[in-house]
Design a protein around this ligand. Structure first.
Ligand code: ACO
Length: 343
């Protein structure tokens, strides 16, 4: 995933037509280091067979020592900017969706701003775990529609390797590191990005958390000893809710716009687990040929997953200009979202 998609020329909304917001460029970045299932067999009591049959994952990328989330985010953003010859100074707003910020504060978006020279941009992070990229896309779209921003840079970036417990075989085999970026502008596309379906259920927050290091359980010896600074997940429960909410959100957004699966050229779901994706496809009646998957090569990269997959699908020609693309995500919170984007 080292190159960005070919340039697309952003154009101003055509006079008389209602402005629509479109993705005018994408880019992605993954670290060089590959951690295979065979490597994991030497670290915890697991097997390639168990990991692949339960999750569909073969390998994942791991950030280099000293490489932070903002470094990967800035690399993905720079590729998106370069693909349309845009300078960082042209960006009005940077939104970084992440659950692995460089630090609790300042925001990771501020570090990205500094690295890409986006001196004019307002910067903030979006916290919606694995759903964060679609939440950020919806926020960025609204900033453009209200006239508050012309160019919004949205990024999903994660260094999951920093927060997984490498002694817990139930979680450490599932996650990976990476980043993806998209640039939003108004232009005269027919649909562009349609308003998303967004949902949350705080009642179920305990099923997937990182309990330590925040204000509830500040950093302490107890937090370290209890391994509270790592991801805690009730895998089976998360699986069930992920399938239900992503299938419902996908159905809801199609119904909202009077569309069916036949109107969609490609479905790009959150790349958490191939079995979750297969179960969603079955529920919404979508053939697997319509589903884009790269979880086998990158694992679950949380907020980065959907935009990394979009960028790859675009660069490889799997999605083309004019295609209707359905995006659907689920994450801790719980949070979920579905979006329709005319590419
Ligand atoms: N290798 C070998 N055995 C393992 C491993 C492993 N890596 N991990 C767990 N096991 C064992 C368990 O100890 C258990 O053994 P036992 O029966 O002797 O007690 C057995 O395998 C079954 O464990 P389960 O957790 O019940 O296995 P399950 O079939 O549910 O699969 C998995 C586990 C893959 C985690 C599954 O529940 C899942 O995919 N859940 C969703 C996780 C996910 O995608 N989370 C992220 C989504 S939201 C987001 O992205 C933030």
């Amino acid at each position: 995933m080292s190159e960005s998609k070919p340039p697309v020329n952003p154009v101003a909304p055509s006079s008389g037509a209602a402005p629509t917001v479109s993705i005018v460029a994408t880019g992605s970045y993954v670290p060089e280091r590959v951690l295979t299932n065979a490597d994991l067999e030497k670290m915890v009591d697991t097997s390639d067979e168990w990991i692949f049959t339960r999750s569909g994952i073969r390998e994942r990328r791991i950030a280099a020592e000293g490489e932070a989330t903002s470094d990967m985010a800035a690399a993905a953003a720079q590729r998106a900017l370069d693909s349309i010859g845009m300078r960082g100074e042209e960006v009005d707003l940077i939104l970084v969706a992440t659950c692995t910020p460089d630090m609790i504060f300042p925001s990771t978006a501020c570090y990205v701003q500094q690295q890409i020279g986006a001196r004019r941009a307002a910067c903030l992070d979006v916290s919606a775990a694995c759903s964060g990229f679609l939440y950020a896309m919806d926020i960025g779209r609204q900033y453009i529609l209200t006239g508050s921003a012309k160019t919004v840079l949205i990024i999903g970036a994660e260094k999951m390797s920093a927060i997984v417990d490498w002694t817990d075989r139930g979680t450490c085999v599932l996650f990976g590191d990476g980043a993806g970026a998209a640039i939003l502008q108004a232009r005269g596309a027919t649909h562009g990005i349609l308003p998303s379906v967004l949902g949350s259920d705080g009642e179920l927050s305990e099923l997937l958390t990182l309990p330590g290091g925040g204000s509830r359980n500040p950093a302490s010896q107890e937090v370290l000893d209890g391994r509270l600074c790592y991801v805690k997940m009730a895998g089976r429960e998360v699986f069930k809710h992920a399938v239900t909410h992503m299938a419902n959100a996908a159905t809801q957004i199609l119904e909202r716009y009077g569309m069916t699966i036949d109107d969609v050229a490609c479905i790009i779901p959150h790349q958490a687990n191939a079995r979750i994706i297969q179960a969603i496809a079955q529920r919404i009646g979508a053939p697997m040929e319509k589903i884009y998957m790269n979880v086998d090569r990158y694992g679950n990269t949380s907020a980065a997953s959907v935009i990394m997959a979009m960028d790859e699908a675009s660069r490889t020609g799997r999605i083309r200009q004019g295609d209707m693309v359905l995006l659907v995500v689920f994450g801790s919170g719980f949070t979920w979202a579905a979006s329709l984007v005319e590419w």
